[in-house]
Design a protein around this ligand. Structure first.
Ligand code: UDP
Length: 330
């Protein structure tokens, strides 16, 4: 059988590991790559016994080579939470720029189709709401989030250039806030932060007045969107996210109800350049991919809460992933 081969970068991370599961299920040979700074082998250890799964510890900011044929590449390596990319800004810039450059080169060399993970952060603090793909965004290049946002904007530009100039088959997905099992409890993002606080019996920290909005998509829905976009013939960016928008204050109330915690909320300063509103316009995904989210926030949060509850207690108190510490300058 001519088994398809796919390279997945960031494979030990939250999204990457779910993508490994999906493509193993689709009977692909999966080449999984991660430098393990923010990724965790625990997310993929259940795949190690599968003969169609191979793991390579490698930083794609350096030259990437894999032996043999390659049909597809999914580039999902990157720190992805604001506190992560504040701690390791240079690595964040490098993996989005140099990493993408290396993987595009590999795609060109192998004749592989490549899908790169872009982000709703390319819209910055958006003046168009909900965000449509034709909106150019409002990004502060030199603000704290600039290292992530601008790396991803460069990623889109170089990906499009390889498509138009080298005729590489490229796909660009703009991912909005996503959640589900295997998020890191301590990655600083709002959902693990709130659930972690509830589990430790602490008050939930709302940044600012909590009137800022986000729209949360369950990971299985996102993976289906990625799969459909990869199999499509659309080189232009496509938003994938759940348009069900909620304020952070309302979200905290939902988590309090879900966890049954007797704690309340406390207010902390709003981080610089924190977007005031975010909601994907998914008209394109609906029309071109026949995709829309299926999992309600209520359902998805329940599954995610069960996952966090099942973790060993010490993970509630871990500050950072072990490998992470090596990279943080004191
Ligand atoms: N946030 C919060 N409390 C926390 C962590 C985050 O109020 O403990 C807010 C944050 O300021 C932002 C929103 O929740 O407005 C989503 O933050 P997250 O870091 O999850 O992702 P973002 O969408 O900002 O990249």
């Amino acid at each position: 059988m001519d088994r398809k081969r796919i390279l997945i970068t960031g494979a030990a991370g939250f999204l990457g590991s779910h993508l490994c599961d999906r493509f193993i299920k689709e009977e692909y040979e999966v080449l999984a790559m991660d430098n393990l700074i923010t990724g965790d082998l625990k997310n993929i250890e259940h795949l190690f016994k599968n003969p169609n799964f191979n793991f390579f510890e490698h930083d794609v900011s350096n030259f990437v080579h894999v032996a043999g044929k390659l049909d597809y590449i999914l580039h999902f390596a990157s720190p992805a939470s604001p506190i992560d990319y504040l701690k390791i800004p240079i690595q964040t810039l490098k993996v989005g720029s140099l990493g993408t450059y290396h993987l595009l080169g590999l795609a060109k060399d192998k004749g592989a189709r490549i899908l790169v993970a872009s982000t709703s952060e390319v819209y910055g603090d958006p003046h168009v709401h909900p965000q449509t793909e034709d909106y150019w965004g409002n990004v502060n290049p030199v603000g704290p989030r600039g290292v992530y946002d601008e790396a991803k904007r460069f990623q889109e530009a170089i990906t499009m250039a390889y498509h138009t100039y080298h005729k590489v088959q490229t796909r660009i997905i703009r991912i909005f806030n996503t959640y589900g099992p295997r998020m890191r409890l301590n990655d600083g993002r709002v959902l693990p932060a709130f659930i972690g606080q509830a589990l430790r019996g602490e008050d939930l920290t709302i940044f600012g007045d909590g009137s800022q909005t986000r729209s949360f998509c369950y990971v299985d829905d996102l993976v289906e969107g990625i799969y459909r976009l990869l199999m499509s013939d659309i080189p232009d960016p496509v938003n994938i996210g759940n348009p069900d928008e909620i304020t952070i204050k309302e979200f905290a109330e939902e988590i309090i109800k879900l966890t049954g915690t007797s704690q309340t909320v406390v207010y902390k300063p709003l981080p610089k350049d924190d977007p005031t509103q975010r909601q994907p316009d998914i008209t394109l995904a609906r029309k071109l991919l026949n995709w829309e989210p299926k999992v309600s926030r209520q359902e998805g949060l329940k599954i995610t809460y069960e996952f966090f509850k099942s973790l060993p207690e010490e993970s509630l108190y871990k500050k950072e992933h072990n490998e992470f510490k090596r990279y943080i300058k004191k």
